[in-house]
Design a protein around this ligand. Structure first.
Ligand code: FAD
Length: 394
């Protein structure tokens, strides 16, 4: 059991709870209680064993962890963006891998079906994805096209009564167990479209990627398409071009900005509790200036992250959040979280490297979060492009 699972106290240095509605607080408390009971005590073991806890999926569905911001009409919770962010924060407080599973399901699978799918596709997939009866993955990255997805070579041909899909996607969260994949591929004119590929279609395989030191409680794999016959009704009819996958990434990155804060809060609260208890030179190490500097900087940075995400949530709710604003929050919060994790690790001395505490796991997880959904450097260049009007990366 994680030594901190039951000691956790949320950071609220600037009384941000005052900005939340009673419903937000209820959602947070209920998500936290469920995660404390069902996930926090076991997460170290799952991560050590490189085991993705898929048995949690039905419970996560019941808790409204999948597509929280999508409407009740399709069996979804119908919550606002702040509530969605709070849920991501609470899940990643336990583990970035669990949050990745939920982000992918909600923002990268359910969102494109909701935003760009036909009414039939929405009715067919969304209620099952919301409950967890069906799980999905999102195929954009390819072995030779990561930061530059527009170079993708996965393609489909119109065969009259069906499409023929060929190519491969790599680094796909949830792929080893997903029932469906929202795949971005080029048509014969080179235009990018989204297609829903279902497990069981001949020629479609999902080999797992092994040997990860990060997100070990999350399953990552490939998607391989070898002359896969996809029914025409599986094409998302209402989008074409890179704008489709990029809009999904906006939604997921928003959740990551909140999620990374959860990991940072767990590291901070662990370091605070540890340094208050741990004595060296006959006094608690929390009394030494260098430890206090780290703690003071952590709580300051967490407070800044909270203000950033709360305001971003307001902008998102008003339909005003820009891609560049979301990039800034994702980049800032993940980098801040990993810096906090590294400092917190030092504060626990040798104990900091063990699985008795969550910090090393958070730190290793955040290495993936720093890279996926747009790398740290690419997000910097997006901000640079936004303020100068000149792209430095393409
Ligand atoms: C655990 C995990 C889960 C993932 N899940 C998914 C998923 O579910 N679906 C999905 O589609 N993808 C997923 N990804 C893929 C992820 O989004 C990519 O890894 C990421 O976009 C970077 O691509 P890459 O790894 O090919 O790195 P590259 O694009 O090769 O980049 C390597 C380095 O070069 C830098 N670089 C690249 N271009 C430029 C430039 N123009 N200027 C300056 N620097 C540059 C990058 O910042 C980076 O530091 C996942 C990745 C991981 C690690």
């Amino acid at each position: 059991m994680s030594a901190t699972a039951h000691k956790y106290e949320a950071v609220d240095y600037y009384q941000l709870d005052d900005l939340l509605t009673d419903e937000h607080k209820l959602i947070r408390d209920s998500a936290r209680a469920w995660l404390n009971e069902h996930a926090a005590p076991y997460i170290n073991e799952w991560a050590q064993n490189n085991e993705c806890p898929t048995h949690l999926i039905p419970g996560m569905g019941e808790q409204g962890f999948f597509g929280a911001f999508l409407p009740e009409k399709y069996g979804c919770p119908g919550l606002d963006y702040i509530a969605y962010g709070i849920i991501m924060q609470e899940i990643e407080r336990v583990d970035s891998g669990l949050r990745s599973m939920c982000s992918v399901q909600g923002s990268l699978v359910m969102y494109p079906i909701y935003a760009y799918g036909s009414e039939e596709q929405k009715m067919k997939y969304l209620p099952k994805l919301a409950s967890g009866e069906m799980m999905g993955c999102f195929g954009l990255t390819e072995p030779d096209h990561g930061s530059n997805p527009s170079g993708m070579t996965t393609n489909f041909k119109d065969m009259g009564d069906h499409y023929l899909l060929n190519g491969a996607k790599s680094w796909i969260s949830n792929s080893p167990f997903a029932d469906i994949a929202v795949v971005w591929a080029k048509n014969e004119e080179g235009r990018i479209h989204g297609i829903i590929v279902e497990r069981g279609m001949a020629g479609f395989t999902t080999p797992e990627i092994h040997n990860k030191w990060s997100l070990r409680a999350s399953a990552t794999g490939e998607l391989v398409f070898d002359n896969v016959k996809v029914p025409k009704e599986n094409l998302l009819p209402n989008i074409s071009g890179l704008r489709g996958p990029l809009s999904c990434l906006d939604s997921a990155r928003y959740g990551i900005a909140w999620g990374a804060m959860g990991a940072a809060m767990d590291c901070y609260s662990t370091a605070l509790a540890y340094t208050l208890e741990r004595k060296q030179f006959d006094r608690p190490i929390a009394g030494f200036q260098l430890q206090q500097k780290k703690l003071a900087e952590m709580v300051t940075e967490i407070t800044k992250m909270q203000l950033l995400t709360y305001r971003l949530g307001q902008l998102k709710a008003a339909g005003k959040a820009t891609t560049a604003q979301i990039s800034m929050a994702k980049r800032n919060n993940v980098h801040t979280a990993i810096t906090i994790a590294r400092d917190a690790r030092q504060m626990l001395g040798g104990m900091g490297i063990t699985g008795d505490y969550p910090i090393m796991r958070h730190s290793m997880n955040l290495e993936s979060v720093l890279t996926y959904e747009g790398t740290h450097d690419i997000h910097l260049l997006i901000t640079g492009m936004d303020v100068t009007g000149i792209s430095a990366f393409r």
